[in-house]
Design a protein around this ligand. Sequence first.
Ligand code: AMP
Ligand code: ZN
Length: 664
Amino acid sequence: MNIKQHIQNLRNELREHNYNYYVLDNPAISDYDFDIKLKELQELEAKYPEFFDANSPTQRVGGEVTKNFETIAHEHRMYSLDNSYSKEDLQDWEIRIKKLVDGGIQYTCELKYDGASISLTYENGLLVKAVTRGDGFQGDNVTANVKTIKSVPLQLKGDYPPKFDIRGEIVLPFDGFNKMNEERIELGEEPYRNPRNTASGSLKLQDSAEVAKRPLECLLYNLTGSNLGIQTQFESLVKAREWGFKVPDTAKLASSIDEVFEFINYWNVHRHDLPYETDGVVVKVNNLQQQEELGHTAKAPRWAMAYKFKAEQVSTQLNSITYQVGRTGAITPVANLEPVELAGTTVKRASLHNADQIEKLDIRVGDEVFVEKGGEIIPKIIAVDFTKRKPDAGPTQYITHCPECNTLLERLEGEAKHFCPNYNGCNPQIIGRIQHYISRKAMDIDGLGGETVALLVNEGLINNYSDLYELTKEQVMPLERMAEKSAENLVAGIEASKQIPFERVLFALGIRFVGETVAKKLAKHYKSIDAIAIASEEDLVNVDEIGIKIAQSVTAFFKDEKNVLILNRLKQFGVQLEISANQLIGQTNILKGQSIVVTGVFESISRNDLKKLIEDNGGKISSSISSKTSYIIAGANMGPSKKDKAENLNISIINEHEFLQKLN
Ligand code: AMP
Ligand code: ZN
């Protein structure tokens, strides 16, 4: 078999596996086997660049960076939907449209997915562009980002028409959303409020490799184009599914508004079992001929109507307000409620976010409050029922001192939250930091869990993460639920963590705003903890992707003498505080001080490998062209505006081969 054929076969096979996994939720091979095949394809594509294909499954990892999203006019306008809130509204609508069309009307009932709308254009079965709704007439070209969403087919199958648009909604399922938030909370960052905004924000990220990491999905619901050979909305859903799109199979046909309402009533309850957020039902005239006769108003099609689910609301009593102290010292007020049923779960607590929120609501202990569960996962308190306020309820006084260590709280300029500044003496901060240190993505210490950390701290056996390395089996054995074997495992796990590479140690230290990615960047740039410790703010912000907020946090960390002592202890114990020798192989300083822009499509090397080469050799990658740019490495299809800019600023453009020569 020739190479080209082999590459084709691999691509087809991987496409099918992607489809089984992401569209059908029914994988046919293990993740491991998938990765092996993907790797084989990647290697073949690198070796034989003449067979490059922009729609290959290898192109899903992203890497393209967009500074300004190009505005593109929609070939067919993206309309909004009229809303209805009751059965009467829907019956009125039916009366209106029955006057405008002949014959009986059937309806397609679909769920209204709550995400960011998107229009995808396919030509000859290939995805050619993805554009946001924008103002309905024109939107942003987010193709590079959408390509990374695995349920969006890059190549169709079956009897698809030569050219069409398909509209849908990009959503972030609850699972993935919660996982992203857990990570943010670990980093001491404010969690995202709801999946919808996070989904639409994701589409506008500049680095598509970041988008690739987000567990987005694309649910399709509308075909647009001419001569598609399709008679009804329901048929178009079936067809789109056959071509490889993810089209939920929840849609139903209805012959009357009564039947439509059965669908609404069913999903009003069962929508809570779906993996993603929905905020209503969309009812569409099924027959496309009738749709055409009905046409559009200035804003929305006459042939469709959205029915909005009511955000579920209950009222209950506020029993008390307590205050939680996070790993970074941030204080979060929590409303403890009289337990109440809401949207299928029992609600006992709701976040009050910060002091401003409490003041805004004027919420007082003993109040009857309205709790709602809308687009947000965490229930929130909408308002106080002032008619039921007890005469003796005094205004809520926000705490002035830490509930754990009694230190006077601080509130920094421009920040919503109060902080406990007792970094080294406040129990939840001490415990939280060690828990972060041992966590899976940090030092991944086998045999030691979060509960045990709390026990060890409370028993006075450890006070910071460096103390872990002095723990003995004899010390931990008396702890609750600690058998000899588990004590041995714990000590062995701690010992093994001395081999964890520097970039993860740096992340494990729990410096505020230094997440996994930032830790990698810093480790790569500075190569040792000592170099980072003496870096100034100005120096730090010169590192790619390091902003002033991170820089300030890093310098503050090393200014604290206690941290310096702890780091010295870690060093003594043999924890990796610099990049190891074999990580340094292939690294030079040839490109030091150079700011390089990478653009276009490359043949002989992947964009990511090219970037790695630049960084490994001391260069800095910049995403936009400016007078500071040293030169541009351009592959095929460099955009005309970039070209103009480079010419105006007199910046030289070289190709990948010339660059590789420079390095040699
Ligand atoms: P609104 O943004 O409230 O005007 O609602 C209109 C939007 O609902 C459309 O732009 C679509 O993005 C979205 N939508 C979600 N699910 C559907 C669906 N099944 N059919 C049509 N539109 C939908
Ligand atoms: Zn405290």
